[in-house]
Ligand binder design. Structure first.
Ligand code: SF4
Ligand code: SF4
Length: 440
Protein backbone atom coordinates (compact mmCIF):
# COMPACT_ATOMS: atom_id res chain seq x y z
CA UNK A 1 0.00 0.00 0.00
CA UNK A 2 1.22 3.53 -0.66
CA UNK A 3 2.51 5.02 2.58
CA UNK A 4 1.71 8.63 1.84
CA UNK A 5 -1.18 9.56 -0.41
CA UNK A 6 -0.63 12.41 -2.90
CA UNK A 7 -1.58 12.13 -6.60
CA UNK A 8 -1.14 10.20 -9.84
CA UNK A 9 0.57 11.60 -12.94
CA UNK A 10 -1.26 14.49 -14.51
CA UNK A 11 -0.78 17.37 -16.94
CA UNK A 12 1.41 17.63 -20.06
CA UNK A 13 4.81 16.20 -19.13
CA UNK A 14 4.05 12.64 -18.18
CA UNK A 15 6.41 9.70 -18.71
CA UNK A 16 5.79 8.29 -22.17
CA UNK A 17 3.91 4.96 -22.18
CA UNK A 18 5.81 3.63 -25.19
CA UNK A 19 9.14 4.33 -23.54
CA UNK A 20 7.94 2.61 -20.36
CA UNK A 21 6.78 -0.41 -22.40
CA UNK A 22 10.11 -0.64 -24.24
CA UNK A 23 11.82 -1.94 -21.07
CA UNK A 24 12.08 -5.73 -21.27
CA UNK A 25 13.24 -6.01 -17.64
CA UNK A 26 16.45 -7.79 -18.63
CA UNK A 27 18.56 -6.13 -15.94
CA UNK A 28 21.54 -5.43 -18.22
CA UNK A 29 21.57 -1.85 -16.90
CA UNK A 30 21.96 -2.77 -13.23
CA UNK A 31 25.78 -3.17 -13.11
CA UNK A 32 26.29 0.26 -14.67
CA UNK A 33 23.93 2.13 -12.31
CA UNK A 34 25.82 4.03 -9.57
CA UNK A 35 22.83 4.25 -7.22
CA UNK A 36 22.02 0.56 -7.52
CA UNK A 37 25.66 -0.15 -6.76
CA UNK A 38 25.34 1.87 -3.55
CA UNK A 39 22.26 0.06 -2.22
CA UNK A 40 21.81 -3.17 -4.22
CA UNK A 41 18.13 -2.44 -3.80
CA UNK A 42 16.01 -3.10 -6.92
CA UNK A 43 13.99 0.10 -6.52
CA UNK A 44 17.21 2.15 -6.77
CA UNK A 45 18.02 0.60 -10.14
CA UNK A 46 16.89 1.78 -13.60
CA UNK A 47 14.66 -1.28 -13.97
CA UNK A 48 13.16 -0.73 -10.52
CA UNK A 49 12.52 2.94 -11.19
CA UNK A 50 10.85 2.13 -14.50
CA UNK A 51 8.58 -0.30 -12.64
CA UNK A 52 7.73 2.41 -10.11
CA UNK A 53 6.99 4.91 -12.90
CA UNK A 54 4.86 2.33 -14.71
CA UNK A 55 2.90 1.58 -11.55
CA UNK A 56 2.10 5.28 -11.04
CA UNK A 57 1.31 5.74 -14.75
CA UNK A 58 -1.17 2.84 -14.56
CA UNK A 59 -2.77 4.10 -11.35
CA UNK A 60 -1.50 1.15 -9.33
CA UNK A 61 0.63 3.33 -7.08
CA UNK A 62 0.16 6.88 -5.88
CA UNK A 63 3.04 9.32 -5.68
CA UNK A 64 4.57 8.36 -2.37
CA UNK A 65 7.59 9.55 -0.42
CA UNK A 66 9.44 6.45 -1.64
CA UNK A 67 8.64 7.36 -5.23
CA UNK A 68 9.82 10.95 -4.77
CA UNK A 69 13.00 9.83 -3.01
CA UNK A 70 13.87 7.32 -5.74
CA UNK A 71 13.37 9.85 -8.53
CA UNK A 72 15.61 12.28 -6.66
CA UNK A 73 18.16 9.60 -5.71
CA UNK A 74 18.72 8.89 -9.42
CA UNK A 75 21.65 10.89 -10.81
CA UNK A 76 20.08 11.14 -14.30
CA UNK A 77 23.55 10.12 -15.46
CA UNK A 78 22.00 7.95 -18.21
CA UNK A 79 24.65 5.25 -17.92
CA UNK A 80 21.69 2.86 -18.02
CA UNK A 81 20.79 4.14 -21.51
CA UNK A 82 24.26 3.28 -22.77
CA UNK A 83 24.01 -0.21 -21.28
CA UNK A 84 20.44 -0.93 -22.40
CA UNK A 85 20.13 -3.40 -25.30
CA UNK A 86 16.52 -2.35 -25.91
CA UNK A 87 17.35 1.35 -26.32
CA UNK A 88 15.10 2.51 -23.48
CA UNK A 89 15.20 6.31 -23.22
CA UNK A 90 15.36 6.22 -19.45
CA UNK A 91 16.43 9.88 -19.10
CA UNK A 92 13.16 11.11 -20.58
CA UNK A 93 11.23 8.97 -18.08
CA UNK A 94 12.98 10.20 -14.95
CA UNK A 95 12.89 13.81 -16.14
CA UNK A 96 9.12 13.58 -16.76
CA UNK A 97 8.65 11.85 -13.39
CA UNK A 98 10.52 14.77 -11.79
CA UNK A 99 8.08 17.19 -13.42
CA UNK A 100 5.31 15.23 -11.72
CA UNK A 101 6.89 15.41 -8.28
CA UNK A 102 8.05 19.02 -8.71
CA UNK A 103 5.07 20.62 -6.98
CA UNK A 104 4.60 17.75 -4.55
CA UNK A 105 4.89 18.64 -0.90
CA UNK A 106 6.94 15.47 -0.63
CA UNK A 107 9.86 17.13 -2.47
CA UNK A 108 12.31 18.49 0.12
CA UNK A 109 11.97 22.24 0.75
CA UNK A 110 15.67 22.97 0.07
CA UNK A 111 15.40 21.38 -3.35
CA UNK A 112 12.23 23.33 -4.15
CA UNK A 113 13.89 26.55 -3.02
CA UNK A 114 16.85 26.07 -5.40
CA UNK A 115 14.52 25.32 -8.28
CA UNK A 116 11.99 28.10 -7.66
CA UNK A 117 14.44 30.82 -6.69
CA UNK A 118 17.88 30.13 -8.19
CA UNK A 119 16.85 28.34 -11.39
CA UNK A 120 13.89 30.61 -12.20
CA UNK A 121 14.82 33.98 -10.73
CA UNK A 122 18.62 34.14 -10.97
CA UNK A 123 20.16 31.91 -13.68
CA UNK A 124 18.11 33.22 -16.64
CA UNK A 125 18.74 36.91 -15.80
CA UNK A 126 22.40 37.55 -16.49
CA UNK A 127 22.50 40.93 -14.74
CA UNK A 128 21.06 39.35 -11.56
CA UNK A 129 23.40 36.38 -11.89
CA UNK A 130 26.42 38.67 -12.24
CA UNK A 131 25.37 40.71 -9.19
CA UNK A 132 25.05 37.48 -7.23
CA UNK A 133 28.45 36.34 -8.56
CA UNK A 134 30.15 39.64 -7.63
CA UNK A 135 28.88 39.37 -4.05
CA UNK A 136 30.03 35.75 -3.87
CA UNK A 137 33.43 36.70 -5.34
CA UNK A 138 33.89 39.38 -2.71
CA UNK A 139 32.98 36.86 -0.04
CA UNK A 140 35.41 34.27 -1.45
CA UNK A 141 38.35 36.62 -1.96
CA UNK A 142 38.07 39.07 0.94
CA UNK A 143 39.03 36.49 3.56
CA UNK A 144 35.45 36.37 4.86
CA UNK A 145 34.96 32.85 3.48
CA UNK A 146 38.03 31.55 5.30
CA UNK A 147 36.84 33.22 8.50
CA UNK A 148 33.30 31.80 8.18
CA UNK A 149 34.66 28.34 7.46
CA UNK A 150 37.01 28.62 10.44
CA UNK A 151 34.12 29.54 12.78
CA UNK A 152 31.97 26.64 11.49
CA UNK A 153 28.97 28.94 11.84
CA UNK A 154 27.28 27.77 8.63
CA UNK A 155 27.36 24.19 9.92
CA UNK A 156 25.40 25.34 12.94
CA UNK A 157 22.83 27.23 10.84
CA UNK A 158 22.30 24.59 8.14
CA UNK A 159 24.41 21.66 6.99
CA UNK A 160 22.98 21.94 3.49
CA UNK A 161 23.89 25.63 3.14
CA UNK A 162 27.35 24.89 4.53
CA UNK A 163 27.90 22.12 1.96
CA UNK A 164 26.59 24.25 -0.90
CA UNK A 165 29.04 26.95 0.15
CA UNK A 166 32.01 24.59 0.28
CA UNK A 167 31.10 23.00 -3.09
CA UNK A 168 30.63 26.33 -4.84
CA UNK A 169 33.40 26.87 -7.43
CA UNK A 170 35.45 30.06 -7.22
CA UNK A 171 33.90 32.97 -9.11
CA UNK A 172 36.11 33.98 -12.04
CA UNK A 173 38.18 37.16 -11.88
CA UNK A 174 36.33 38.35 -15.03
CA UNK A 175 33.06 37.49 -16.81
CA UNK A 176 33.53 36.22 -20.34
CA UNK A 177 30.69 38.29 -21.85
CA UNK A 178 32.43 41.45 -20.62
CA UNK A 179 35.80 40.87 -22.28
CA UNK A 180 34.69 39.80 -25.75
CA UNK A 181 32.64 41.70 -28.35
CA UNK A 182 29.60 40.14 -30.04
CA UNK A 183 31.62 39.19 -33.13
CA UNK A 184 35.20 37.94 -32.89
CA UNK A 185 37.17 37.32 -36.08
CA UNK A 186 40.29 35.21 -36.61
CA UNK A 187 43.48 36.85 -37.88
CA UNK A 188 43.54 34.63 -41.00
CA UNK A 189 40.93 33.29 -43.40
CA UNK A 190 37.44 32.59 -41.99
CA UNK A 191 36.71 28.88 -42.44
CA UNK A 192 33.59 28.65 -40.27
CA UNK A 193 31.20 30.98 -38.56
CA UNK A 194 30.16 29.57 -35.19
CA UNK A 195 27.78 30.70 -32.50
CA UNK A 196 29.09 30.37 -28.96
CA UNK A 197 26.59 30.48 -26.07
CA UNK A 198 28.44 31.79 -23.01
CA UNK A 199 26.36 29.69 -20.62
CA UNK A 200 25.06 31.08 -17.34
CA UNK A 201 27.39 29.56 -14.74
CA UNK A 202 30.15 29.14 -17.33
CA UNK A 203 30.15 32.90 -17.84
CA UNK A 204 30.74 33.73 -14.18
CA UNK A 205 32.35 30.64 -12.62
CA UNK A 206 34.31 29.23 -15.55
CA UNK A 207 34.98 32.33 -17.63
CA UNK A 208 38.58 31.20 -18.20
CA UNK A 209 37.26 28.09 -19.99
CA UNK A 210 35.09 30.29 -22.22
CA UNK A 211 38.15 32.41 -23.01
CA UNK A 212 40.20 29.29 -23.84
CA UNK A 213 37.36 28.02 -26.05
CA UNK A 214 37.17 31.25 -28.00
CA UNK A 215 40.95 31.40 -28.43
CA UNK A 216 41.16 27.80 -29.69
CA UNK A 217 38.22 28.30 -32.07
CA UNK A 218 39.96 31.38 -33.49
CA UNK A 219 43.09 29.27 -34.09
CA UNK A 220 40.93 26.87 -36.10
CA UNK A 221 39.71 29.65 -38.38
CA UNK A 222 36.34 30.33 -36.75
CA UNK A 223 34.59 33.64 -36.70
CA UNK A 224 32.66 33.62 -33.43
CA UNK A 225 29.25 35.12 -32.77
CA UNK A 226 28.80 35.78 -29.06
CA UNK A 227 25.40 37.47 -28.61
CA UNK A 228 24.97 39.29 -25.32
CA UNK A 229 21.17 38.95 -25.24
CA UNK A 230 21.29 35.17 -24.83
CA UNK A 231 19.88 33.42 -21.78
CA UNK A 232 20.52 30.21 -19.84
CA UNK A 233 19.96 27.12 -22.05
CA UNK A 234 17.47 25.52 -19.62
CA UNK A 235 19.51 22.38 -18.95
CA UNK A 236 19.51 22.53 -15.14
CA UNK A 237 15.79 23.32 -15.09
CA UNK A 238 14.90 20.47 -17.48
CA UNK A 239 16.99 17.86 -15.70
CA UNK A 240 15.44 18.86 -12.37
CA UNK A 241 11.74 18.73 -13.20
CA UNK A 242 10.98 22.19 -14.59
CA UNK A 243 10.54 21.37 -18.25
CA UNK A 244 7.94 24.08 -18.71
CA UNK A 245 10.39 26.84 -17.80
CA UNK A 246 13.23 25.13 -19.68
CA UNK A 247 11.08 25.31 -22.81
CA UNK A 248 10.57 29.04 -22.30
CA UNK A 249 14.34 29.53 -22.12
CA UNK A 250 14.85 27.35 -25.19
CA UNK A 251 12.36 29.49 -27.14
CA UNK A 252 14.13 32.71 -26.12
CA UNK A 253 17.46 31.37 -27.35
CA UNK A 254 15.96 30.02 -30.57
CA UNK A 255 14.34 33.42 -31.30
CA UNK A 256 17.66 35.16 -30.82
CA UNK A 257 20.00 32.66 -32.46
CA UNK A 258 17.91 31.96 -35.55
CA UNK A 259 18.21 35.60 -36.58
CA UNK A 260 21.93 35.01 -37.08
CA UNK A 261 23.82 33.06 -39.73
CA UNK A 262 26.36 30.46 -38.71
CA UNK A 263 27.51 26.89 -39.41
CA UNK A 264 27.56 25.46 -35.87
CA UNK A 265 26.55 26.20 -32.30
CA UNK A 266 29.50 25.28 -30.10
CA UNK A 267 29.09 24.17 -26.51
CA UNK A 268 31.86 23.63 -23.97
CA UNK A 269 29.56 22.33 -21.24
CA UNK A 270 28.34 18.73 -21.52
CA UNK A 271 25.06 19.43 -19.71
CA UNK A 272 24.23 22.52 -21.79
CA UNK A 273 25.21 20.86 -25.08
CA UNK A 274 23.11 17.81 -24.24
CA UNK A 275 20.01 19.88 -23.60
CA UNK A 276 20.47 22.16 -26.62
CA UNK A 277 20.66 19.00 -28.73
CA UNK A 278 17.26 18.07 -27.21
CA UNK A 279 15.48 21.36 -28.07
CA UNK A 280 14.02 19.67 -31.16
CA UNK A 281 12.58 16.92 -28.98
CA UNK A 282 11.23 19.00 -26.07
CA UNK A 283 9.53 21.43 -28.48
CA UNK A 284 8.29 18.84 -30.99
CA UNK A 285 4.63 19.52 -30.15
CA UNK A 286 4.93 23.29 -30.32
CA UNK A 287 3.42 24.46 -33.64
CA UNK A 288 5.55 27.61 -33.82
CA UNK A 289 8.88 26.29 -32.53
CA UNK A 290 9.08 22.61 -33.49
CA UNK A 291 10.79 23.23 -36.83
CA UNK A 292 13.16 26.01 -35.69
CA UNK A 293 14.06 23.90 -32.64
CA UNK A 294 15.02 20.96 -34.87
CA UNK A 295 17.23 23.22 -36.99
CA UNK A 296 18.78 24.70 -33.86
CA UNK A 297 19.56 21.28 -32.35
CA UNK A 298 21.04 19.96 -35.58
CA UNK A 299 23.69 22.67 -35.43
CA UNK A 300 24.89 22.01 -31.87
CA UNK A 301 28.32 20.43 -31.42
CA UNK A 302 30.42 19.95 -28.34
CA UNK A 303 33.68 21.82 -28.80
CA UNK A 304 35.63 18.54 -28.81
CA UNK A 305 33.38 17.17 -31.56
CA UNK A 306 34.09 20.30 -33.56
CA UNK A 307 37.85 20.09 -33.01
CA UNK A 308 37.88 16.41 -33.91
CA UNK A 309 36.36 17.27 -37.30
CA UNK A 310 37.80 20.70 -38.01
CA UNK A 311 40.50 21.61 -35.47
CA UNK A 312 43.84 22.98 -36.67
CA UNK A 313 46.59 21.26 -34.70
CA UNK A 314 49.55 22.54 -36.66
CA UNK A 315 52.23 24.59 -34.89
CA UNK A 316 51.63 23.19 -31.42
CA UNK A 317 54.23 23.43 -28.69
CA UNK A 318 55.30 20.12 -27.15
CA UNK A 319 54.28 19.72 -23.51
CA UNK A 320 55.33 16.52 -21.75
CA UNK A 321 52.56 15.71 -19.37
CA UNK A 322 50.66 12.74 -17.89
CA UNK A 323 46.92 13.29 -18.07
CA UNK A 324 43.79 11.23 -17.72
CA UNK A 325 40.25 11.83 -18.96
CA UNK A 326 37.00 11.47 -17.02
CA UNK A 327 34.01 11.16 -19.36
CA UNK A 328 31.19 13.48 -18.29
CA UNK A 329 27.83 11.66 -18.27
CA UNK A 330 26.05 14.23 -20.44
CA UNK A 331 28.79 13.94 -23.00
CA UNK A 332 29.32 10.17 -23.13
CA UNK A 333 25.87 8.83 -22.24
CA UNK A 334 23.53 11.58 -23.44
CA UNK A 335 25.41 12.98 -26.45
CA UNK A 336 27.32 9.74 -27.19
CA UNK A 337 30.50 11.79 -27.60
CA UNK A 338 33.23 9.51 -26.34
CA UNK A 339 36.00 8.85 -28.92
CA UNK A 340 36.34 12.38 -30.28
CA UNK A 341 37.74 14.08 -27.12
CA UNK A 342 40.29 11.28 -26.60
CA UNK A 343 41.32 11.33 -30.25
CA UNK A 344 41.84 15.09 -30.09
CA UNK A 345 43.92 14.73 -26.92
CA UNK A 346 46.09 12.09 -28.59
CA UNK A 347 47.03 14.67 -31.24
CA UNK A 348 48.68 16.91 -28.62
CA UNK A 349 52.47 16.45 -28.79
CA UNK A 350 53.96 15.12 -25.56
CA UNK A 351 50.63 14.32 -23.90
CA UNK A 352 50.57 10.87 -22.31
CA UNK A 353 46.87 9.99 -22.00
CA UNK A 354 46.56 7.44 -19.20
CA UNK A 355 43.45 5.21 -19.41
CA UNK A 356 41.07 5.66 -16.48
CA UNK A 357 39.16 2.70 -15.05
CA UNK A 358 35.41 3.35 -15.00
CA UNK A 359 35.98 6.59 -16.93
CA UNK A 360 32.28 6.70 -17.85
CA UNK A 361 31.05 6.20 -14.25
CA UNK A 362 29.41 9.33 -12.80
CA UNK A 363 31.53 11.47 -10.42
CA UNK A 364 28.47 12.34 -8.32
CA UNK A 365 28.19 15.96 -9.42
CA UNK A 366 25.03 15.56 -11.55
CA UNK A 367 23.76 19.15 -11.62
CA UNK A 368 22.74 19.97 -8.04
CA UNK A 369 22.92 16.36 -6.86
CA UNK A 370 26.08 16.96 -4.83
CA UNK A 371 24.33 19.77 -2.96
CA UNK A 372 20.96 18.12 -2.33
CA UNK A 373 22.18 14.50 -2.00
CA UNK A 374 25.57 15.26 -0.47
CA UNK A 375 26.23 11.96 1.34
CA UNK A 376 25.42 9.75 -1.66
CA UNK A 377 27.34 12.07 -3.94
CA UNK A 378 30.44 11.76 -1.77
CA UNK A 379 30.27 7.95 -1.83
CA UNK A 380 30.15 8.06 -5.63
CA UNK A 381 32.97 10.61 -5.71
CA UNK A 382 35.15 8.43 -3.46
CA UNK A 383 34.92 5.61 -6.02
CA UNK A 384 35.89 8.02 -8.80
CA UNK A 385 38.81 9.41 -6.79
CA UNK A 386 40.11 5.89 -6.14
CA UNK A 387 40.41 5.26 -9.88
CA UNK A 388 41.82 8.72 -10.57
CA UNK A 389 44.49 8.24 -7.93
CA UNK A 390 45.66 4.95 -9.45
CA UNK A 391 46.47 6.74 -12.74
CA UNK A 392 49.04 9.00 -11.00
CA UNK A 393 48.10 11.65 -13.57
CA UNK A 394 49.21 15.23 -12.99
CA UNK A 395 46.21 16.52 -14.92
CA UNK A 396 42.60 15.32 -14.84
CA UNK A 397 40.59 16.38 -17.87
CA UNK A 398 36.82 16.50 -18.15
CA UNK A 399 34.37 18.39 -20.39
CA UNK A 400 31.71 19.51 -17.94
CA UNK A 401 31.91 22.35 -15.41
CA UNK A 402 30.00 20.38 -12.75
CA UNK A 403 32.50 17.51 -13.00
CA UNK A 404 35.43 19.92 -12.81
CA UNK A 405 34.07 21.42 -9.59
CA UNK A 406 33.24 18.02 -8.10
CA UNK A 407 36.60 16.42 -8.90
CA UNK A 408 38.47 19.49 -7.60
CA UNK A 409 36.48 19.08 -4.39
CA UNK A 410 37.41 15.37 -4.44
CA UNK A 411 41.12 16.21 -4.80
CA UNK A 412 40.91 18.51 -1.75
CA UNK A 413 38.77 16.13 0.30
CA UNK A 414 40.63 12.93 -0.51
CA UNK A 415 44.13 14.45 -0.63
CA UNK A 416 45.04 14.07 -4.30
CA UNK A 417 47.50 16.48 -5.87
CA UNK A 418 46.35 17.02 -9.46
CA UNK A 419 45.11 19.87 -11.64
CA UNK A 420 41.53 19.46 -12.88
CA UNK A 421 40.98 21.10 -16.25
CA UNK A 422 38.61 21.28 -19.16
CA UNK A 423 40.39 19.73 -22.19
CA UNK A 424 40.09 23.06 -24.04
CA UNK A 425 42.22 24.76 -21.39
CA UNK A 426 45.01 22.26 -21.93
CA UNK A 427 44.66 22.47 -25.71
CA UNK A 428 44.98 26.25 -25.55
CA UNK A 429 48.24 25.81 -23.65
CA UNK A 430 49.62 23.84 -26.59
CA UNK A 431 49.16 26.94 -28.73
CA UNK A 432 51.18 29.15 -26.36
CA UNK A 433 54.78 30.17 -26.84
CA UNK A 434 57.30 27.98 -24.95
CA UNK A 435 58.06 29.76 -21.69
CA UNK A 436 54.43 30.75 -21.28
CA UNK A 437 53.19 27.25 -20.64
CA UNK A 438 50.98 25.56 -18.12
CA UNK A 439 51.88 23.82 -15.93
CA UNK A 440 55.08 25.48 -14.85
S1 SF4 B 1 20.34 7.56 -14.72
FE1 SF4 B 1 22.17 6.79 -13.66
S2 SF4 B 1 21.57 6.69 -11.49
FE2 SF4 B 1 19.67 6.92 -12.68
S3 SF4 B 1 18.96 4.83 -12.99
FE3 SF4 B 1 20.22 5.34 -14.81
S4 SF4 B 1 22.29 4.64 -14.28
FE4 SF4 B 1 21.11 4.69 -12.38
S1 SF4 C 1 16.17 -0.36 -18.97
FE1 SF4 C 1 17.02 -1.58 -20.65
S2 SF4 C 1 18.73 -2.71 -19.70
FE2 SF4 C 1 17.45 -1.95 -18.02
S3 SF4 C 1 16.03 -3.60 -17.58
FE3 SF4 C 1 14.98 -2.26 -19.06
S4 SF4 C 1 15.46 -3.13 -21.07
FE4 SF4 C 1 16.92 -4.05 -19.62
Amino acid sequence: MPENKSSFFSDVDIPNDEVIASCIHCGSCLPSCPTYNLTFDEKSSPRGRIRLIKAVAQNELEITQTFVDEMNFCLDCQACETACPAGVKYGSLVEAARVQIESSELTPAFRRLIKKFFFRQVLPFYSRLKTFARILRLYQRSGLQRFIQWTNILQLISKKISRAESLSPKISTFFSDEIFPERISPSGKIKFRVLFPSGCLMNVMFAEINKDTIEVLLKSGCEILFPKEQTCCGSLQAHNGDLEFARELAKRNIELFLKLEYDFIISNSAGCGAFMKEYGHVLENDPKYSQPAKIFSSKVLDVMEFLYQHGDFSNLTEIRIDATYHEACHLVHTQKVTDQPKEVLKRLPGLNLIPLDEATWCCGSAGIYNIVNYDDSMKILERKMHHLRTTNAEIILTGNPGCIGQIKYGCESFGMNAEVLHPITLINQYYQEPGNLFPK
